[in-house]
Design a protein around this ligand. Structure first.
Ligand SMILES: [Fe+2]
Ligand SMILES: [Fe+2]
Length: 149
């Protein structure tokens, strides 16, 4: 398993914790399919990766949009910064997917899943999502968040 539930930092909003848990489950399921393809590079196993990637991608867009809509609604001041991190992550997902579709070589996808994505996700949740969720739940950022962000 790539991401354990206990690896995920908790934030002050349940709806976000729930979405993060689903995100981790989809990434783990995608990784399993990459390993299956590595063992047997059949067309069915390739299609299984593509399908799971698309499912995860759709979920991620909804995950990000859920946070962004609420930031706009509550006029969260660092919204552009948080949105920009989401946009860069989606761009990376687009690149990795395009490479996979074109090459049907799962090596760089596997490296992305191991080396890059979990670190990004945990880093993003423990910084911007934590600060944002606290703002959602209290209506203002804490002094400590202002110092560190
Ligand atoms: Fe998030
Ligand atoms: Fe976020």
């Amino acid at each position: 398993m790539l991401i354990e539930e206990s690896d995920l930092p908790m934030v002050a909003m349940d709806f976000m914790n729930e979405v993060h848990k689903e995100e981790a489950e989809l990434i783990n399921a995608l990784f399993e399919r990459v390993l299956a393809y590595e063992a047997d590079a059949s067309e069915a196993n390739a299609n299984a990766i593509t399908e799971k990637y698309q499912e995860w991608y759709t979920h991620t867009l909804a995950h990000f949009k859920g946070e962004e809509d609420k930031m706009v609604e509550l006029k969260f001041p660092p919204y552009p910064l948080h949105k920009q991190e989401h946009d860069i992550a989606v761009q990376r997902m687009d690149e990795v997917f395009a490479d996979w579709q074109q090459s049907k070589n799962a090596q760089s996808l596997k490296m992305y899943l191991i080396e890059e994505l979990p670190r990004w996700l945990i880093q993003h949740i423990s910084t911007l999502d934590v600060v944002t969720a606290r703002f959602f739940s209290t209506g203002f950022p804490s002094a400590a968040d202002l110092r560190h962000s």
